[in-house]
Ligand binder design. Structure first.
Ligand SMILES: [Zn+2]
Length: 562
C-alpha cells in the first residue's frame, strides 16, 4: 500500500536485508470469484511482479477458501505459519481484498510486519506493507478489511427476502405514506421491472400540506386549530378531506418517514445517499427517499411531541449491565464480571453502582473493602477514548490526502494493466483474421482451422477475464469508508459532548473494546481502525515520518509519471 518513494538507489527501502525469499499466495473465496480471476492468472501476475522487484519465489500456495467456512481459514493461518518457519520473509498476494477477512487476521499480520518478520506485497497495485510503512498504510489496510467485511455482509443480504432486501437498499418496500408513490423501474419497452424500483415523491400538494402542518405545530397551534386552518386554506387534497382528522395530522408529524437525517453515502452504491429514514418491521432504518422536513425541523418536531425517547430504552437497567461494554475486573487474580448493583435510597433516588462480582472470593479473602463505582464515572472515563481520537482538521486532511494519493497510484497501475490487456485483445483479433484468410485461401483444412480458432477463443476469454478483473468501477468504495472513519473520529468529541448517556454508550461501543475496571479506574482498548487513528495522532510518529520523507503531492506524482 506504500506509494513508492522516488528511489535514489535501485534497492527499495523495504528490502532491508538479504532475505529475498518469497511465497506467492493466491486464494479465491467464492464460486463466483473462482471464475472471476482464475488461479493461474493470479499466479502468473504474482510471479511477474516478484521478478520485477528482485524477489525469489520459493513457493506458490494456491488454494480455494470459502469466506463462509471458518474451518477453512485454518489453511490460511497455516500458510503464514509455514512461511515463518521456513524463513520466507515476503508474502506476495494478488489483490489486497483477498488478504484479510477480519480484524483478527489484520492484527496478527500487522504484528508480524511491525516485528519485521514478514513483508507483505500486493502485486496488482505493487503496494508493499513493511516494518517501515507509515501508519497511514496500516490504516488503509484496516479500512480494506472493513471493506471486505462489508462485502461479505452484502453477499449475505442476497439471502434476505425481496422486501427486506429492498428496505436495506433504502427504499420503503410496501405501501408508502401520504404524498409518496412507488416508482417502479422500467425496462426498455416501458414495462415495469421486478427489481430496481424507487420511492417517488413528495408530491407538491403533499409537501405543501405536511409543511404547513409542521409550521403551525411548531408555532404552538393545537391539532384542532391546525386541522381547521389547513382545511380553510384549501391545502387538504379532495380525496383526503373526508378522513382528515386530528389523528391524521398527529400521524403525519410523528412519522419518521417525513423527517430528514444527515445525508450519508451508501457504501454499496457510491452514487446514492441515505438522507431520510423509515420504520420497517418495527425497526428504524436509513432510507433514500426525499424527506419533507429538514434535519433541523424534524429534530424540533420530535422535541415538540416528546417523541425523542421513543426509540430509546426507557427503563434504566444499567448502561453496562450487559452487552459489549460490560466490564471485567482488572485484578489479574480475579477477572470476574463487573455487575450492576444499584442502590435505592429512601428518598426515592437511585444510584447506579457497579462492583466486582468477586465470584472467586479473591477480594473478600484479601480483606479488601467492596468498591462501588458510579455509572457516570465509568462513562466519563470511557469518554477518554474520544479525546484520544480528537483529530485536528489538519491531520485528518493529511491522512485523507495520503489515502487518495495511494489510491490514485493503485488506479493508475490498474489502468496500465488494462491497457496491456486491450492491446493483447487487438492482437488476438488480428490473428483470428489472418487465420481466416489462410483458411479462405485453402492453406488450412477445416479441422485445423477450427482447432486453432477454438484456441484463440480461449486466449481471448482469458484475456477478457483479466480485463474485467482490472476494472476499477467499484474501487472508490473503501475511500468512502475511510472518509467515514475519519469523519467519525473528527466529530466524536462534539457528538460526545451533546449526547445522552445512552448515546454515549453507543458511541463508546463503536470505538472501545475490552473495558476493565482496576479499582476505580477504567482501562480499555480502542477498536480497529480507531487505534491506528489514535496512534497517528498520538505519538507524532506519523507526522515525523512525513516530515523526514517528503513525498510528491498527488499532482506532482501525476506530472512525474506522465
Ligand atoms: Zn474482581
Amino acid at each position: 500500500m506504500t506509494t513508492p518513494r522516488r528511489d535514489t538507489s535501485d534497492t527499495p527501502a523495504w528490502m532491508n536485508g538479504n532475505n529475498t525469499r518469497a511465497m506467492a499466495i493466491c486464494r479465491v473465496s467464492s464460486k463466483r470469484q473462482k471464475d472471476g480471476v482464475s488461479l493461474p492468472m493470479q499466479e502468473s501476475h504474482v510471479k511477474e511482479y516478484a521478478a520485477s522487484v528482485g524477489l525469489n519465489i520459493v513457493e506458490v500456495r494456491s488454494f480455494h477458501e470459502s469466506a463462509k467456512d471458518a474451518s477453512k481459514r485454518v489453511e490460511f493461518d497455516k500458510t503464514i505459519e509455514d512461511a515463518l518457519k521456513r524463513k520466507i520473509k515476503h508474502l506476495v498476494f494478488y489483490v489486497n481484498d483477498r488478504i484479510a477477512r477480519n480484524f483478527t487476521d489484520t492484527e496478527w499480520l500487522e504484528e508480524l510486519i511491525r516485528e519485521d518478520r514478514i513483508t507483505l506485497h500486493i502485486s496488482t497495485s505493487r503496494a508493499v506493507l513493511w516494518e517501515g510503512s507509515p501508519d497511514a498504510d496500516f490504516f488503509l489496510f484496516d479500512v480494506l478489511t472493513a471493506q471486505a467485511k462489508q462485502d461479505n455482509r452484502k453477499r449475505r443480504m442476497v439471502t434476505l427476502d425481496g422486501m427486506g432486501q429492498r428496505a436495506l437498499m433504502g427504499w420503503y418496500p410496501a405501501r408508502v405514506p401520504f404524498g409518496y408513490w412507488q416508482q417502479p423501474a422500467l425496462d426498455e419497452h416501458g414495462r415495469p421491472k421486478k427489481r430496481g424500483g424507487t420511492v417517488g415523491g413528495p408530491t407538491e400538494a403533499g409537501r405543501r400540506l405536511l409543511r404547513r402542518e409542521m409550521e403551525l405545530h411548531l408555532e404552538g397551534c393545537s391539532l384542532d386549530t391546525i386541522r381547521t386552518k389547513c382545511l380553510a386554506e384549501g391545502l387538504v387534497p379532495a380525496e383526503l378531506v373526508r378522513n382528515y382528522h386530528r389523528s391524521t395530522i398527529e400521524k403525519h408529524l410523528k412519522n419518521p418517514f417525513y423527517g430528514g437525517v444527515e445525508p450519508r453515502p451508501d457504501p454499496a452504491n457510491p452514487h446514492e445517499t441515505f438522507k431520510s429514514q423509515m420504520v420497517w418491521r418495527g425497526k428504524l432504518m436509513p432510507a433514500k427517499h426525499e424527506p419533507v422536513f429538514t434535519v433541523e425541523e424534524w429534530e424540533r418536531l420530535k422535541g415538540s411531541f416528546g417523541l425523542k425517547s421513543k426509540y430509546r430504552k426507557r427503563k434504566h437497567g444499567g448502561l453496562f449491565a450487559d452487552g459489549p461494554l460490560s466490564l471485567t475486573c482488572g485484578d489479574e487474580a480475579c477477572g470476574c464480571k463487573i455487575t450492576f448493583a444499584p442502590k435505592f435510597k429512601k428518598s426515592g433516588l437511585t444510584f447506579a453502582y457497579y462492583r466486582c462480582s468477586d465470584g472467586k472470593r479473591v477480594h473478600r479473602d484479601n480483606g479488601e473493602p467492596q468498591v462501588n463505582v458510579n455509572e457516570e464515572d465509568i462513562l466519563s472515563q470511557l469518554g477518554g477514548a474520544v479525546d484520544e481520537l480528537d483529530l485536528s482538521e489538519k491531520l485528518a486532511a493529511a491522512i485523507a490526502h495520503e489515502l487518495s494519493a495511494t489510491h490514485l497510484k493503485a488506479n493508475r497501475e490498474k489502468a496500465r494493466l488494462a491497457e496491456g490487456y486491450r492491446a493483447e485483445l487487438r492482437e488476438l483479433e488480428g490473428k483470428e483474421n489472418r487465420l481466416y484468410d489462410r483458411y479462405d485461401r485453402g492453406e488450412l483444412d477445416k479441422a485445423t482451422y477450427e482447432r486453432q480458432t477454438a484456441r484463440l477463443g480461449d486466449d481471448r476469454s482469458a484475456c477478457l477475464e483479466r480485463l474485467r478483473a482490472s476494472d476499477q468501477a467499484q474501487d472508490d468504495t473503501y475511500l468512502v469508508t475511510a472518509q467515514r472513519v475519519l469523519e467519525l473520529a473528527k466529530t466524536a468529541k462534539n457528538l460526545w459532548e451533546e449526547a445522552t448517556p445512552q448515546e454515549k454508550r453507543s458511541i463508546a461501543e463503536k470505538m472501545v473494546c475490552n473495558p476493565r475496571l482496576h479499582g476505580r479506574t477504567v482501562r480499555f482498548s480502542l477498536r480497529k481502525p480507531f487505534d491506528t487513528v489514535a496512534r497517528m495522532r498520538g505519538d507524532g510518529e506519523w507526522r515525523a515520518w512525513r516530515d523526514s520523507n517528503p513525498r510528491p503531492l498527488a499532482s506532482e506524482a501525476n506530472a512525474l509519471s506522465s
